[in-house]
Design a protein around this ligand. Structure first.
Ligand code: KIV
Length: 283
């Protein structure tokens, strides 16, 4: 059954934790969907995990549409949220609505996510008015990495903690259906979660949030880049993949792969006739 903004809201009200993982392609989306994960985020983290960039800033709308289209095909049940990349919504309310529309119309997503609080409330309101659900994203918002001076925990001091709560209330007021809290002290995230009607989805924000999200390549230990403190490795798939690639190379070099059971048969008569023809042509 398809998860919706209504089922997610009900989960918050019933205290049933929301699960969310990133996916960037059809095959992974199918696995995540079939595991019963309620939300899939086509994160602009694909800039690092799929495209090899240092941060999310170079990711384009075309990149996001391309990956979102693949994910939605593999996610009949999960609620798919597509990230709005850097400069696709900051520039104007008009740009925000047009670009959010592309992720829904061309990508097939059910909702979009954008980073920021009070500064982007006009954009959130306009996108929601266009009947597109918006997930907000507060705390350590990666598109502001240069403004923050690095990837740092947010809201540790009284003024910044107050501002974070204020921003969370503002994005809720603007119509966001959920808010991602990234790299926020657990006790602050718990207060924000209590004060909001809409669900909070935490990443590095403790267990007091209404749900959790992780980058799937981080939780499977596939991505060799910097690992944040909040990442738990639920499996070591990166090592498993490398071992399988090595085994494959070894068997190809030894000539033990492909084995007879991996090959297609042909009648000996056909080969015999072909060999005779070749021999005749060479005379
Ligand atoms: O892009 C992404 O994957 C994200 C998560 C880290 C929340 O925004």
């Amino acid at each position: 059954m398809k998860n919706t903004v209504l089922t997610l809201q009900k989960q918050k009200e019933e205290g049933n934790k929301i699960t969310m993982l990133t996916a960037y392609d059809y095959t992974t989306a199918r696995l995540v969907n079939d595991a019963g994960i309620e939300m899939i985020l086509v994160g602009d983290s694909l800039g690092m995990t799929m495209l090899g960039y240092e941060d999310t800033l170079p990711v384009t709308m075309d990149d996001m549409v391309h990956h979102t289209r693949a994910v939605t095909k593999g996610a009949p049940d999960s609620f798919v949220v597509a990230d709005m990349p850097f400069m696709s919504y900051q520039t104007s309310v008009y740009d925000a609505v047009v670009n959010a529309g592309r992720l829904i119309k061309e990508g097939g997503a059910q909702a979009v996510k954008l980073e920021g609080g009070a500064a982007v409330c006009e954009q959130i309101r306009a996108i929601v008015d266009a009947s597109i659900p918006v997930c907000a994203h507060l705390g350590m918002t990666p598109q502001s990495v240069n403004a923050f001076g690095g990837f740092k925990v947010q809201g540790k001091k009284e003024a910044s903690a107050e501002k974070l709560l204020e921003d969370a209330l503002k994005v809720q007021e603007a119509g966001a259906f959920a808010v991602v809290l990234e790299c926020v002290p657990a006790k602050l995230a718990q207060v924000i979660t209590r004060e909001l009607r809409i669900p909070t989805i935490g990443i590095g924000a403790g267990a007091g949030c209404d749900g959790q999200v992780l980058v799937y390549m981080d939780m499977l230990d596939m991505y060799g880049g910097h690992q944040a403190k909040f990442v738990k490795h639920f499996a070591k798939i990166g090592e498993e993949m490398k071992n399988a690639f090595r085994d494959y190379a070894k068997e190809v070099k030894e000539g033990t792969f492909p084995a007879p059971e991996h090959t297609y048969k042909i009648d000996d008569d056909v080969i015999q006739a072909l060999e005779e023809k070749i021999a005749q042509e060479k005379q």
